[in-house]
Design a protein around this ligand. Structure first.
Ligand code: CDP
Length: 229
């Protein structure tokens, strides 16, 4: 079967990563979580004291972008790709509420986006890739053969993220998570460079009332249709 490019975009915590990851494994494609890359840059900025009084030292971060080396390596135990930053596995550290609280500001910086988009396009050069994010169908792979735009209500998304963090043993508050989800949606939709929006040729999926199995089945159907075209 011919190899295609699959772009999955949508709002925060809507289950994009779960569906993209599962599908990539099933069809033998590479899976890239583009949000993890923005989270890794954010972790770098936090660890290196580049946030002062909540504000990013933009010139300093820009001058250090070559020092931010992000890679994905498959964990042999889970079979899933983990995010590495400068030689360290940061998969867990990039998912904290602290990183979630800062990431959309970092992701709005044009030089950060430029650097990430360049790497993402290089990763997709050979096709056979599923990438999820906010601007994959609009900016990173505008020619992707299959584009999906996922939505769900903010309350449902916050509940999913709450359950996910609780399962990892983290102390979290539902109201804080809902507030973070809504704030990130706002920043992601309103930034100047590559704002979050549905590509004209993307298929929309509201998965508010779908199970993981149902959305997986739906996505596989779209994949087979896209390959047949
Ligand atoms: O896990 P969740 O869906 O909440 O977010 P994520 O995919 O890990 O992305 C974290 C943040 O990175 C988003 O809120 C966006 O601000 C930013 N992002 C982006 O700007 N462009 C992308 N392609 C992916 C993520």
């Amino acid at each position: 079967m011919k190899k295609i490019t699959i772009a999955i975009d949508g709002y925060s915590s809507c289950g994009k990563s779960t569906m993209a990851k599962d599908m990539a494994r099933e069809i033998g494609y590479t899976y890239i979580d583009s949000g993890a890359m923005y989270r890794a840059v954010t972790l770098y900025a936090l660890k290196n004291g580049l946030f002062r009084d909540g504000k990013i030292d933009v010139p300093e971060l820009e001058s250090r972008m070559d020092d931010v080396r992000i890679a994905f390596k498959t964990d042999p135990a889970t079979g899933r790709p983990d995010t590495w930053l400068n030689g360290q596995n940061v998969e867990r550290d990039i998912r904290t509420m602290e990183v979630s609280g800062h990431v959309s500001h970092i992701a709005a910086l044009p030089f950060v986006r430029e650097a990430m988009v360049r790497q993402q396009q290089a990763m997709g050069r050979e096709k056979g890739i599923v990438m999820d994010g906010r601007d994959i169908g609009t900016t990173v792979f505008p020619d992707a053969e299959l584009k999906v735009f996922v939505t769900a209500s903010p309350e449902i998304r916050a509940q999913r993220r709450y359950d996910e963090l609780k399962a990892k043993g983290e102390q979290v508050d539902y109201a804080d998570i809902l507030c973070n989800v809504e704030q990130r949606d706002y920043i992601d939709r309103n930034r100047e460079v590559s704002p979050l929006r549905k590509a004209a040729d993307a298929i929309e999926l509201d998965n508010s009332h779908m199970t993981i199995a149902q959305q997986k089945e739906w996505l596989m159907e779209q994949y087979h249709k896209a390959c047949a075209e």
